[in-house]
Design a binder for this molecule. Structure first.
Ligand SMILES: Cc1cc2nc3c(=O)[nH]c(=O)nc-3n(C[C@H](O)[C@H](O)[C@H](O)COP(=O)(O)OP(=O)(O)OC[C@H]3O[C@@H](n4cnc5c(N)ncnc54)[C@H](O)[C@@H]3O)c2cc1C
Length: 475
């Protein structure tokens, strides 16, 4: 029997490991349990994000972008290359090394912060006097007791009915990150963040990529103007995107996978591809947690039911990240982890989902915070819009990447920023300024009056804020 701990965190994804570190910083005796195994059966903390999500996808996006730049754009700079080639094995090896650095980094942080790490599966056993008993199964079975428990067990990819992932032909995000060679043809079902990022990686390396999307609009959650700009850019790059389709059947064949579907006009079509990535969303992961042992309530969709402050129906049990409602984003999970640890310590942190930034790391990148034009119109809110294209930004011209724009939406009367939407180079970094501005309830004029370095992409942000009052200086 180990413990008693003040705080036990189940899951060491970005939600769980950050919660554990913050709890330890606040002086709590903290344990964190995680079952993820690396190729050798050892611990691999970091969850989906580190192992098969944010980090490896960005490593492959970088490698494939370098390859595309070398093949398509270096010549514009006068750089000649002959015999350009890609060693997919080496690229995947680099990605695995980046993942391992992050796994090791988390284990180091646990040591540094005196978080006790248990490698295995954590399951509720029973409620005990003043807390809970948690059974750890795995290489070293243990029983822990803790006063407070934070559930951070994350999510799993959703499979298409009748087409289970085999990670050979039908791939989840996991298989999509380790295709051993560039497939000639790649199908992607679902044009969300994961589908577009993974489709982009393999298209840049030479695959013919077809994306099938059930919804009639491209990136429906994104500001329509930004989504249209991105759509145009992806089509120009050679990505085939079919919207409004309905999947009838997915079947494995000798050649790969055949997807029968009805197109937006209702005509029967078949897509035959060597590999198929299915990225149609993710489902909460409570398998193995034994919520029933203590009466932990799940909602009708299988998420752990929580209130706005991540409290479950049980005293002293909290849940955060992908396993609860809200955006399935690593930084949302992290913020909830910090907030819960601080609430346990009696503090009163606050998270505003309206200022959580969203990023799609394609090329061009897409990023946004706050409300988009469709949402403001639907809410009947009076607003002003200002946009500025990267085409008119000196740094973007020097980079050779002038696709896209920055768009500000501000209240018609008060000028308070209501949303900022971006598509273009490095907007994953530029969006931070907009988040800060919105957290401080800045007006568009506040941004317009701030001195931005020249030449920088951030000047497009300033100019879009100026555009709210029709006074751009460089357009
Ligand atoms: C391909 C891909 C790319 C992504 N890119 C981004 C991105 O760029 N930016 C972004 O913000 N988000 C991204 N995401 C989403 C992001 O990965 C998730 O939102 C994030 O990982 C959620 O964190 P979490 O801590 O809630 O859960 P997870 O990261 O899923 O971690 C949960 C952990 O709990 C462990 N666990 C589960 N049950 C138990 C148990 N009973 N006992 C012990 N351990 C258990 C799991 O093994 C896992 O390690 C991406 C996702 C994918 C799939």
């Amino acid at each position: 029997m180990a413990g008693p701990f003040d705080v036990i965190v189940i899951g060491a994804g970005p939600g769980g490991y950050i919660a554990a570190i913050r709890a330890a910083q606040l002086g709590f005796k903290t344990a964190c349990i995680d079952e993820w195994q690396n190729g050798k059966g050892g611990p691999a903390p970091g969850g989906t994000c580190t192992n098969v999500g944010c980090i490896p996808s960005k490593a492959l996006l970088q490698s494939s972008e370098n390859y595309e730049h070398a093949g398509r754009h270096f010549a514009d700079h006068g750089i000649g290359l002959s015999n350009l080639s890609i060693d997919v094995g080496k690229m995947l090896g680099r990605k695995d090394a980046v993942v391992k650095q992050n796994n090791d980094g988390i284990l180091y942080l646990f040591k540094k912060n005196k978080v006790t790490f248990f490698h295995g599966r954590g399951a509720f056993s029973k409620a005990v006097e003043g807390g809970y008993e948690i059974a750890v199964s795995g290489p070293k079975a243990e029983t822990l007791t803790g006063k407070q428990v934070i559930v951070a067990t994350g999510s799993n990819p959703r499979a298409l009915p009748g087409a289970a992932f085999d990670e050979e032909g039908i791939l989840s995000n996991d298989g999509a990150l380790r295709i051993p060679g560039v497939p000639k043809t790649l199908g992607v079902i679902g044009s969300g963040v994961i589908g577009l990022e993974m489709g982009s990686v393999w298209r840049r390396l030479g695959a013919e990529v077809t994306v099938l999307e059930a919804l009639p609009t491209f990136l429906g959650a994104v500001d329509a103007q930004v989504a249209a700009e991105a759509h145009k850019a992806f089509i120009k790059q050679g990505l085939k995107i079919a919207l409004g389709i309905k999947i009838d059947n997915v079947e494995k064949s000798r050649k790969g996978v055949a997807v029968s579907y009805a197109d937006s006009k209702g005509s029967a079509q078949t897509l035959t591809c060597e590999k198929l990535i299915v990225s149609i969303g993710r489902v909460p992961n409570t398998a193995g947690l034994a919520p029933e042992a203590v009466g932990l309530e799940l909602d009708e969709r299988g998420f752990v039911a929580v209130d706005a402050e991540c409290r479950t129906n049980l005293p002293g049990v909290w849940a955060i990240g992908d396993v609860v409602r809200g955006p399935m984003l690593a930084h949302k999970a992290e913020e909830e982890g910090v907030a819960v640890a601080e609430r346990i310590a009696g503090q009163h942190p606050h998270i505003d989902f309206n200022t959580v930034p969203w990023v799609i790391y394609t090329s061009p990148e897409i990023a946004w915070v706050g409300q988009n034009e469709q949402q403001l119109k639907a809410a009947g809110r009076a607003y002003k819009a200002g946009t500025f294209p990267f085409m008119a930004n000196g740094r973007a011209r020097a980079l050779g990447d002038t696709t896209g724009l920055v768009k500000f939406l501000a209240d018609a009367k008060t000028d308070e920023i209501l949303g900022v939407h971006m598509v273009g180079p490095m907007v994953s970094e530029l969006i931070a300024e907009a988040v800060v501005a919105m957290e401080f309830r800045a007006s568009a004029e506040d941004i317009a009056r701030i001195c931005h370095a020249h030449p920088s992409l951030s000047e497009a942000t300033k100019e879009a804020a100026l555009a709210i009052d029709k006074r751009t200086l460089n357009l």
